[in-house]
Design a protein around this ligand. Structure first.
Ligand code: SF4
Length: 253
């Protein structure tokens, strides 16, 4: 399993094996933890990271946290013109108490668990539960920090047979990652969501940040989400996971 040692703050480094006794001891403890994770039951893994979500129109599982915890989204929601102003994750079934509790529990675990443990448990949980070959991050919520993005990258590297889609409005966090670590693994599509309805995709920013885009109500998009014409379901479409599609538009109804 690919694993990095997360530090408090924004840096990370690979674990070095065999440099000295302390490193060997650290590596031994780390291997023990991985072994422990592999032996864990699904219930034990969910106790560490929370359960996976099951977005109704998607072909796969997802992972979601409260939309009210979105950093950029909280600012955008103040404008009626923003793509966050009528956020679906702040209404409907997402506000049912049991759903809110599950979202908050995942965020609490993310914030309180050591990122190495989070990566190991999420890798194992996704590996066991996701059989479609696809996974969606954040059908509700967004990146909380650079560490959070680094952990998502590590999970993608650990599971190269799964394609991951990460929609985000946290451009600064993506920039911090790309500035320090370069491109994303080929099985992770980072899609920068446009801030405002009807606006063009943030193509130049996305090109700089090794990402692609999504828009809302931008009629000139080469690809428009077909889900509303197919029972509000993705069916065979996997455009959002496809890095060769520079923009996906979600029409306003
Ligand atoms: S563009 Fe395709 S993959 Fe993306 S949400 Fe719409 S139907 Fe699903």
């Amino acid at each position: 399993m690919i694993q990095h040692q997360y530090r408090k703050g924004i840096d990370r480094s690979c674990i070095m094996v065999g440099a000295n006794h302390s490193d060997l001891l650290s590596q031994s403890r780390h291997n023990h933890t991985i072994q422990h994770t592999i032996m864990a039951t699904i219930k034990q893994l969910e106790a560490t990271v929370g359960s996976l979500s099951a977005p109704s129109k998607m072909p796969c599982h997802g992972f979601s946290i409260p939309a009210k915890a979105c950093n950029v989204g909280a600012k955008l929601r103040k404008s009626d013109k923003s793509t966050c102003s009528s956020c679906y994750a702040l209404k409907g079934r997402y506000v049912f108490p049991n759903v809110q509790d599950a979202l908050q529990a995942r965020l609490d675990k993310l914030n309180s668990t050591d990122y190495s443990n989070w990566v190991e448990s999420m890798t194992e949980l996704i590996s066991r539960k996701e059989k479609s070959g696809y996974f969606r991050w954040h059908d509700s919520g967004d990146l909380q920090s650079l560490n959070h993005l680094m952990a998502i990258v590590d999970i993608a590297k650990n599971l190269p047979h799964i394609k991951f889609w990460l929609p985000t409005r946290e451009y600064k966090t993506v920039k911090s990652y790309v500035d320090q670590y370069g491109d994303f693994p080929s099985n992770l599509t980072v899609r920068l969501s446009a801030y405002f309805k009807y606006s063009a995709p943030p193509t130049k920013t996305a090109d700089r940040l090794r990402s692609v885009c999504s828009t809302v109500g931008f009629d000139a998009s080469q690809h428009i989400c077909p889900s509303s014409q197919q029972g509000n379901s993705c069916q065979d479409c996997r455009a959002c996971w496809d890095r060769t599609i520079p923009n996906v538009d979600y029409p306003l109804h």
